[in-house]
Design a protein around this ligand. Structure first.
Ligand code: PMP
Length: 437
């Protein structure tokens, strides 16, 4: 039967239909088993099919399924918020729950603009972000997103917010062709040059993901923090993908001991058991809003939805009770070793990088290859060989974005390696047979 769902590829009608998930595996309606190498969209942490989460959500549904946040707070939202802020960097004491990361980013951009306005600084409306970054699909979040091909695909320009993009940090493929440390972290100081060119009085915030599988040099984030402070620009850490232990620390910024002004979180919050994300505001931002107009007129019908929060709370309890949070760093090292072996085995692989269980594997196809087509082929081959992954392209590279559930075992990491060992030669074979340009 033809599907009635809208898909990215509007002419496609052959996406497999998933029917069941168990641990690190997803099964489709033909019985085929897929290893979830990326936790879907970097989201699944505790694994699929954990019964206690369903039980917690069902209990909440029976007790109280919905109240609107302007009328009531609710118990799971209160408890989850406390749990999350207790692990956040110093100076964060409140969160606003949303249903998606894009909504969290929208809220962050609006809070940043309002912060300046409340302090009488009315000209700061611009955002600076990084090329190749992803911050969401709503028009504001997409304005911040640095993947230009995505914006062009739907002819969605002009976008809503004036955004300036700077280069991202990529030491193994430096966009400036420099080497660390003699480069003096040129990619970080590019932020200062951009702020000066735009006019410091017009820039509200710099938004970036602390890591999406890159390993910034140790002084990258401290330098960024210093530059933001020097020019009164707020720092938004978009931790929708990298927050909540994904990189081995509670929040990714903890790797460099820096404290952002606004912090978005998302995917790991409810591990995919319910739509849940959010924005954490530092006291610095919150105080300006409280002492100014005293309102933040922003929220959605489903902000702090009791069932989503019940799922989030049950997931976070499960993570801690089973030591999954503390286990990520060790799991990540084993995955790193496996990916290094993959790089050594296949000529087309050029690098692997990452922190904890958020890792990238980079492939360099022959010059002239159409990388958009190549990444689609990589995706199709992975699905054929039963591996769920995400894909990226930057410069002359395409790659796998890997972020398996925190429960992945040693033998399942070997299984992931074995699947890559089959997908990559098939991809190289496809490239040889179909020179795209
Ligand atoms: N920010 C980051 C860093 C993300 O990875 C994503 C999702 N991939 C988003 C924002 C948007 O989140 P959502 O898809 O839930 O809207």
């Amino acid at each position: 039967m033809a599907s009635a769902l809208v898909r990215v590829g509007l002419r496609e009608n052959n996406t497999p239909v998933a029917v069941r998930g168990q641990g690190v595996y997803v099964f489709d309606n033909t019985g085929k088993r897929y290893l979830d190498g990326s936790g879907g969209a970097l989201i699944v942490t505790i694994g699929h099919g954990v019964a206690e989460i369903g039980e917690a959500v069902a209990a909440q549904m029976k007790k109280l399924s919905y109240v609107f946040r302007a009328h009531f707070s609710n118990e799971p939202a209160e408890e989850l918020a406390q749990m999350l802020v207790s692990e956040m960097p110093v100076g964060f004491s409140r969160v606003l729950f949303t249903s998606s990361g894009s909504e969290a980013v929208e809220a962050a951009i609006k809070a940043a603009r309002q912060y300046h306005h409340e302090r009488g600084d009315h000209g700061r409306h611009k955002i600076i972000s990084r090329l190749d970054s992803y911050h969401g699909v709503t028009l504001g979040a997409m304005s911040a997103t640095g993947m230009h091909a995505m914006k062009d695909a739907g002819s969605w320009r002009p976008l809503q917010i004036p955004v300036r993009h700077i280069n991202t940090v990529r030491c193994d493929d430096c966009p400036f062709h420099l080497k660390y440390p003699s480069c003096q972290t040129f990619c970080a100081t590019e932020l200062e040059r951009a702020i000066i060119e735009e006019g410091p009085g017009s820039v509200a915030a710099f938004i970036a993901e602390p890591s999406r599988g890159e390993e910034p040099p140790p002084d990258y984030w401290p330098t960024i923090r210093e530059i933001c402070d020097r020019y009164g620009v707020l720092l938004i850490a978009d931790e929708v993908a990298c927050g909540l232990w994904r990189t081995g620390r509670a929040y990714c910024v903890d790797h460099w001991n820096i404290v952002p002004d606004l912090l978005t979180f998302g995917k790991a919050t409810a591990s995919g058991y319910a739509p849940l994300a959010g924005l954490a505001m530092s006291d610095k931002v919150l105080d300006a809003l409280v002492n100014g107009s005293g309102v933040f007129l922003h929220g959605h019908t489903h902000s702090a939805n009791p069932m989503s929060c019940a799922a989030g709370l049950a997931v976070q309890r499960h993570v801690r009770a089973n030591g999954l949070d503390r286990g990520v760093a060790g799991r990540g090292e084993i995955l790193d070793q496996a990916l290094r072996r993959v790089v050594a085995k296949h000529e087309i692989c050029v690098a692997t990088s990452g922190l904890g269980l958020l890792r990238q594997l980079a492939l360099r196809p022959p010059r002239g290859t159409n990388l958009t087509i190549a990444s689609l082929v990589l995706e199709a081959l992975s699905m054929r060989f039963g591996l769920i992954s995400q894909y990226w392209k930057a410069g002359d590279r395409v790659g796998f974005q890997l972020a398996p559930p925190y429960i992945i075992s040693d033998s399942q990491i070997l299984e992931l390696e074995e699947r890559l060992d089959r997908i990559i030669p098939a991809f190289a074979g496809w490239l040889a047979a179909n020179r795209t340009s």
